[in-house]
Design a protein around this ligand. Structure first.
Ligand SMILES: [Fe+2]
Ligand SMILES: [Fe+2]
Length: 177
């Protein structure tokens, strides 16, 4: 079993949903168009990296989660939208183009796709995924007042998810220059 499949199992996601995620491209899509892990399988590797960092932060900072599966669910599903928003450029190797997904905001879109898959998320998990861009998402994915309200209720979970995502992208996944 790959790291990604193991973490999905720890998230409580069963084989039928994992198979549906495979069909959506979860194990083959890139993590970005050109920033980090812009390659086949990049989304899966990024999700594993974020989950690993989120588990470490959860332990170090005593981040509250409502169930043991929560950091696995948040880490593995936070960028689910990327199954849909990149398309391979025909005839080019590891070249991707952006496709606008049908829902607004990439965190919120990931929550929506999890719902489509029948994955039930709890409020701390939803907030962490929806606002995982942290302050960077203000004015792009959500308003300042929405971000403030979310932070008032879920600061621990949002900061942990945002930091794990940032650390994975900028440290774990940095290309050697
Ligand atoms: Fe993201
Ligand atoms: Fe991410």
């Amino acid at each position: 079993m790959s790291d990604a499949e193991t973490y999905l199992a720890f998230a409580g996601i069963g084989a039928p949903v994992t198979t549906a995620m495979r069909g959506m491209g979860y194990f083959s899509q890139p993590a970005s168009k050109g920033h980090h892990l812009a390659k086949h399988g990049g989304l899966m590797r990024h999700s594993v990296n974020v989950t690993r960092r989120l588990l470490a932060l959860t332990g170090a900072l005593c981040v509250y989660w409502p169930r043991k599966e929560s950091p696995y669910l948040v880490g593995m599903l936070h960028d689910l939208v990327k199954c849909r928003c990149y398309r391979a450029v025909p005839g080019e190797e590891e070249k991707w183009e952006y496709v606008q997904p049908e829902y607004h905001g990439h965190g919120a879109c990931s929550v929506a796709i999890a719902a489509e898959l029948g994955i039930q998320l709890m409020r701390e998990e939803i907030a962490a995924i929806m606002f995982h861009m942290g302050p960077w998402g203000v004015g792009k994915e959500y308003s300042e007042s929405e971000f403030r309200a979310a932070m008032k209720a879920f600061a621990q979970q949002i900061i942990a998810a945002h930091t794990a995502d940032w650390y994975a992208a900028e440290v774990d996944e940095r290309e050697v220059e």
